[in-house]
Design a protein around this ligand. Sequence first.
Ligand code: FE2
Ligand code: FE2
Length: 134
Amino acid sequence: MEVAWNTRYNTGIEIVDEQHQELFQVVNRLRELVQEGADRGVIGTLLEDLVACSERHFATEEAFMAKVAYPDLPQHVAEHASMLTSLHELLGKFRESHWAMALMVPTFMEGWLKHHISDGDFGFVTFLKARNLV
Ligand SMILES: [Fe+2]
Ligand SMILES: [Fe+2]
C-alpha cells in the first residue's frame, strides 16, 4: 500500500515540501522493493539513501529554525535525533541479517513522517506565519 502524499502536508516552504515528498517517495520505493522480495543489496542501498535524505532534510530545517531563532528548536532537534537513532537501529539489525527489519522501516517511517510533519513541522510554520516570515 502506497504512503500517499497529501496536500495537507504542504508547509508552504518550498525546499521543505520538496524534501518531505522525496522522503515519501523513498519510503514508497522501499515498500515496493521489500514486497517484491528484491535483492538484499538493493534494499540495503535504499535504506542508506533514506538515512541520507533524512539527515539532509533535518539539517535544512534545523538551519532555518536557527536562523529565525525558533524557540522550540531544541525539542525539534531532539525529535529528529530520536528518529535517526531508531532508523540506525533498524538498519543495524537489517545488516545483522534480520531481514524482517526491512519490512518494519516503511511502516515506522510512514507513522513518523505523518505525525512529525503534522505536529512538529507545522508548529514551526505557525511560528513563521505569526511573524510574517513565510
Ligand atoms: Fe522536522
Ligand atoms: Fe520535516
